[in-house]
Design a protein around this ligand. Sequence first.
Ligand code: UD1
Length: 379
Amino acid sequence: MGKVRVLSVVGARPNFMKMAPILRQLSRYPEFASYLVHTGQHYDDAMSRVFFRDLGMQDADFNLNVGSASHAVQTAEIMKRFEETCVEVNPDMVIVAGDVNSTLACSLTAVKLDIPVAHIESGLRSFDRSMPEEINRIVTDSVSDLLFTTEESGNLNLRREGVAANKIHFVGNTMIDSLVHCYRLLEEIPMNGALPELNDRPYFLATIHRPSNVDDPAQLSQVLDILDSASRLAPLFFVTHPRTRERLKQVKNNEKLKEISGNIQNIQPGNIYLLPPLPYIDFLRLMSKSKAVLTDSGGIQEESTFLNVPCLTLRDNTERPITIELGSNEIVGLDCQKILSSLHRIMNNHWKDPVIPPLWDGCAAERVATVLKKTFDCF
Ligand code: UD1
């Protein structure tokens, strides 16, 4: 029997951490011929290339270079170009990860060509269909053949939606595999010049990029007021996604933001310090040492739980409830009073003691590879 041809897809920043450990596993087994596609949904070096470097990923075999566009145009363009790649590679399986437009586009393309789809990080549901990611999750799961879940809520959601039990594989969290893999490098790799030297002083870290928080100037202005209030308790570093950076130009109260580059000596409370998108290892370093994270990202809710860093999620829901049940995360919306009272508790070290969720042990990708081998009967 010939090799099993596996075509894995990455496109946007959160895909890289989820896929890197799987690519490493696939390369360990001669039974697999592994190919990587980068859709180009994210294309800036800071949003893409630096992650390949930090995660030790192979270059993509195929670059689709789709770039940014409306959801419909971006999705359609990825589908058109990915179809050609599928026809060329003729894979036995396509692997997609997470909930971005590339995930949706490539899973739909594959299933239309009768190619089985494996979905990493299946079953998560925010039950908020105004989030583009929620639509991407529902559609991707509905056309997938192997559904790899990270937490028990994923298993329950899929079963409730009628997915056959033998398609669901609770393997744990491949993004945490990447964290475990890179964590030891935090001490070995020197601090990037763009990061401040903090000398163990307490600080907060913020990342806000969801359309619901940044696209409406009034909403973004409210977010800035919250960050400003928070920064009075401890200096705050605001790591900005290009979307956020662009939108910040349009809000009135942006004079509170301070650009930093290079080491600055005098980090003071009462200030919000703007940082560009950071490479994976630098971001991990900054997060692991922060007193609290304020975020609307999905992945950061999980990473902070693993790192035992208090996390306040500036949204009204989460698709990752295990980070609330066992982890360090709390949903706070844009309720400034709630946020400040949480930060006071955190500053006084009165926060929950998180437990690392089941199977977030650095070996999730190994379990994925085992399922793939069984599926293709190549022991
Ligand atoms: C996407 C994902 C989101 C994920 C986020 C992580 C979807 C629907 N959303 O959102 O789930 O949390 O990635 O970052 O897939 N841009 C650049 N450089 C880049 C990429 C984007 O400047 O390399 C700018 C462009 O102006 C673009 C905007 O960011 O229009 C939004 O990019 P897009 O990929 O559409 O969505 P994200 O907001 O990044």
